[in-house]
Design a binder for this molecule. Structure first.
Ligand code: NAD
Ligand code: UDP
Length: 323
């Protein structure tokens, strides 16, 4: 049987990364079964796909028993989980349950059906890292009960569950540790730094820099991230594999680039640094290079230009207050 005739499932499909992943899977000829509870996602992100004959969508929470049709899936990409600190900190119980109970349901299903399950873990498993750049064998420095713990520890527990089900019950697992990803379809009110700065710059509002702006992040354009997830799913490699762009930028640098690219005359204002905000983050991507043949191809400038273009179209006359 043609493997592509068996569907691939995507949870969190109406989210930022999930919607791009669904498009890329369909473009490769897969049948896609998409699920999302629409808590932080937007069904509008799937507008272009809803009529596609190889695409189905169900509004569904991963914490509930999976829909019966999911037994057909030969691969499951689990992206269900709020990713913006503003969202996950406003719903910490849902966040931890999604990462633990939701993933447990998918692991149980995969054990029964033999589906390969890919979990989108995160660079947050490294916490406020004390080693730079972060390699997959670094165990991290995470506060177990702080403002970010529902997300960080939820994802760490997710990795532990994936490996436990693999070792004891032979479930076919894949773990991607995604670093900050950006691009079109970030929501204007999402709260993450790229969307905040672009929306503020385009609307002539002050750019809100948290702390002194010297903290760093590495920004990967969404098409590069999606390509890595698809390669990992097909590879003979369980992971964890870092998926990120090794360019490291301070938030001041990011703000200045966005002001330049938008031509905005907005100013910077400094706001308190949120609790447990990691000081530096940068992936070592040797494992992804060697084992997946992957590295990012979209530069920060090019990716920001595309993202700014998206927000210019989206905002139009609409005024959005962020942060
Ligand atoms: P997002 O918030 O845009 O998308 C998450 C999607 O999951 C949303 O559509 C939301 O409605 C859905 N969802 C949340 N809880 C659910 C539940 N209980 N049941 C079903 N659906 C649920 O976030 P994103 O940036 O697209 O992130 C996607 C995945 O990638 C997440 O698992 C996130 O942890 C991981 N990740 C993303 C980044 C990044 O920078 N974007 C970095 C590291 C990891
Ligand atoms: N940040 C900022 N201004 C904002 C939003 C975020 O300076 O309006 C900072 C935030 O404190 C962090 C970095 O930008 O140091 C990245 O934040 P984001 O929420 O995008 O992702 P994180 O990596 O913290 O999960």
């Amino acid at each position: 049987m043609n493997q592509n005739s068996l569907p691939v499932a995507v949870t969190g499909a109406a989210g930022f990364v999930g919607s791009h992943l669904c498009e890329a899977l369909l473009a490769q000829g897969h049948r896609v079964m998409a699920m999302d509870n629409l808590s932080t996602g937007d069904i509008g992100h799937l507008d272009g796909l809803l009529g596609h004959k190889a695409f189905t969508f169900q509004r569904r929470d991963v914490c509930l028993e999976p829909p019966r049709e999911l037994v057909e899936a030969r691969q499951i990409f689990n992206l269900a989980c709020p990713a913006s600190p503003a969202y996950y900190q406003s719903a910490p119980v849902d966040t931890v349950l999604c990462s633990v109970l939701g993933l447990w349901r998918l692991l149980e299903l995969s054990q029964r059906t033999g589906a390969r399950l890919l979990q989108t873990s995160t660079s947050e498993v490294y916490g406020d890292a004390e080693r730079h750049p972060q390699r997959e064998d670094y165990w991290g420095n995470v506060n177990p009960n702080g403002a970010r713990s529902c997300y960080d520890e939820g994802k760490r527990c997710g990795e532990a569950m994936m490996m436990a089900y693999h070792q004891e019950r032979q479930v076919d697992v894949r773990i991607a540790r995604i670093f900050n990803t950006y691009g079109p379809r970030l929501r204007p009110g999402d709260g993450r730094v790229v969307s905040n700065f672009i929306v503020q710059a385009l609307q002539g509002q002050d750019l809100t820099v948290y702390g002194d702006g010297q903290q760093t992040r590495s920004f990967c354009y969404v098409s590069d991230t999606v390509r890595a997830l698809m390669l990992l799913m097909e590879a003979d490699e369980r992971g964890p594999v870092n998926v990120g762009n090794p360019g490291e930028h301070t938030m001041l640098d990011l703000a200045e680039q966005i002001l330049r690219l938008t031509g905005s005359r907005s100013r910077l204002v400094f706001r308190p640094l949120p609790q447990d905000d990691p000081r530096r983050r940068c992936p070592d991507i040797e494992r992804a290079r060697e084992r997946l043949g992957w590295e990012p191809t979209v530069s920060l400038e090019e990716g920001l230009e595309r993202t700014i273009h998206h927000f210019r179209d989206l905002l139009g006359q609409q005024r959005v207050i962020v942060a």
